[in-house]
Design a binder for this molecule. Structure first.
Ligand SMILES: [Ca+2]
Length: 483
């Protein structure tokens, strides 16, 4: 009886598989593949094509020449986790209530207490990965995730069939057995097996991606490759570091050779994936979106990381250096190649954009709030987006200088509300990209309008506010108190 059941089951399985293969393959093979590449902490000027005078990125530069490059692309937050949650949900960080990097800095003596916020991606969300999976795609996440402490928060529980190296950590881990931390194996990461000694994490991850492409070339796939590069600790292969030592001159703006080597590791990974797509004949049927999760990290003056000039400040702060990022979108068989687009775009746009470019519609996606806009018509027909402003809200403190703020970019203007000092700053980015002159007095109408829009938006997304801290100790008195 048992035997018959097994045989019957086997025959049925073969029949079902046979049927589904013939019906699935025709319709699904025509669907374009999607590769979303997110670099960690890559600044706006950190690529050759975006004007670096040291870092080299020939593969990414070439991708830009075959696609479109955005000059006013913004991350939805100045730190990692909120932007990442926004990308996979299409929602503003304030709407997700994932408003700081997980788990955030603690500032018990600060002027304000930060509100309770979600330290994970909610299980309720219908993510971009789930949308692709339901549309028949094989979905795979590679690299950093940083959206929750528990396994239930990790990629395999948010719509990814495959998860390699995505877990709670926001940077390469400390391996407790060896006491080493960083990009060289052993990794101490429960979602990737350690490799041979000297193996570099980003090389390994790009090999995992191309193996996945090899194994899934006959079906549509969605690859979510979120590199750990170029986040600290700054580590790279020595030959790459040495290459840049002679290239730094007295006048060079970008000066960190380790960081340069990490950008090159990133570029190598992108090049390897593109070559594999070409080798398999898939490049002309694959959409590639390349971006970053926040602006470049400046670091301490004694230990500088990158330089976002002409933008002001960097990661962790609301000025343009903290939010303006490189973004490139390649769509196959498009006549639009090598152009740049100046319209402001933001992280939440990727979800609806990739869905539309792939020709996928989803009732479940439609039923939930999506703050992002599809960029498909902007890219292909230069149709302006139906949106006149983008917003930020960060009720937190950050070690790179960020204090609780809200902000709005409206046309060429950017307004920043600083809760710590109870002040506003207004900049005209068209002639002051470095945000050096506060023009509130010159543009009172814009100031009032933007203040109102910002307030209305905060109500719409149910933004949470800071509250006065009864334990507040002024900075000068803090040292004594802590002693
Ligand atoms: Ca980051």
């Amino acid at each position: 009886m048992m035997m018959i059941n097994k045989i019957t089951l086997l025959v049925l399985t073969v029949l079902v598989m046979g049927c589904s293969k013939s019906t699935v393959s025709h319709s699904e093979l025509s669907k374009p593949n999607v590769v979303l590449i997110l670099v960690d902490d890559l600044g706006w000027t950190d690529l050759g094509v975006y004007g670096s005078d040291l870092y080299q990125s020939p593969n990414i530069d070439n991708l830009a020449s075959e696609g479109v490059r955005f000059t006013n692309s913004y991350s939805s937050c100045t730190v990692c986790s909120p932007t990442r949650a926004s990308i996979v949900t299409g929602k503003y960080p304030a709407r997700n209530n994932v408003t700081d990097w997980i788990e955030g800095h603690k500032y018990p003596w600060a002027k304000f207490n930060v509100p309770d916020w979600n330290m994970s991606l909610s299980e309720e969300e219908y993510t971009m990965a789930e949308a692709f999976k339901d549309a028949g795609y094989k979905t795979a996440h590679f690299g950093k995730w940083h959206l929750g402490e528990k396994e239930v928060n990790w990629p395999e529980n948010h719509g990814f069939d495959v998860n390699i190296a995505g877990w709670k950590k926001g940077s390469p881990n400390l391996n407790k057995k060896t006491g080493t931390k960083g990009y060289f194996s052993p990794y101490g990461n429960p979602r990737i097996e350690d490799g041979p000694e000297g193996e570099y994490l980003t090389e390994r991850l790009s090999n995992e991606v191309i193996n996945f492409i090899d194994q899934n070339a006959d079906k549509p796939f969605f690859i979510n490759f979120w590199l750990y590069n170029v986040h600290t600790p700054l580590q790279a292969k020595q030959d790459k570091i040495d290459k840049y030592k002679d290239l730094v001159k007295a006048e060079t703006r970008h000066r960190n050779v380790k960081y340069a080597a990490m950008v090159e590791h990133t570029d190598d990974a992108v090049g390897k994936i593109i070559n594999k797509l070409k080798e398999k004949g898939l490049y002309e049927n694959t959409i590639i979106l390349f971006s970053s999760d926040n602006g470049g990290l400046i670091g301490r003056s004694k230990n500088p990381v990158t330089n976002n000039y002409p933008l002001r400040t960097g990661k962790g702060d609301i000025y343009e250096g903290g939010v303006r990022i490189p973004t490139i979108i390649y769509t196959p068989n498009s006549s639009v190649k090598g152009i740049k687009i100046d319209d402001p775009i933001i992280s939440m746009d990727y979800y609806p954009t990739l869905m539309e470019l792939a020709g996928i519609t989803s009732d479940k996606t439609r039923k939930q709030t999506i703050d992002g806009k599809s960029l498909a018509s902007l890219i292909h027909e230069s149709t302006p987006l139906d949106r006149d402003a983008v917003y930020w809200h960060y009720p937190h403190y950050h070690q790179e200088g960020g204090v609780p703020y809200s902000s709005i970019r409206y046309k060429d203007f950017k307004l920043i509300q600083n809760f710590e000092n109870d002040t506003f700053e207004l900049y005209n980015l068209q002639n002051d990209i470095g945000e050096s002159v506060n023009v509130i007095k010159e543009f009172p109408e814009e100031f009032e309008l933007m203040k109102d829009k910002l307030e209305a938006w905060r109500q719409d997304v149910k933004a949470q506010y800071v509250t006065p801290n009864p334990d507040y100790i002024k900075k000068l008195e803090r040292k004594k108190a802590i002693k």
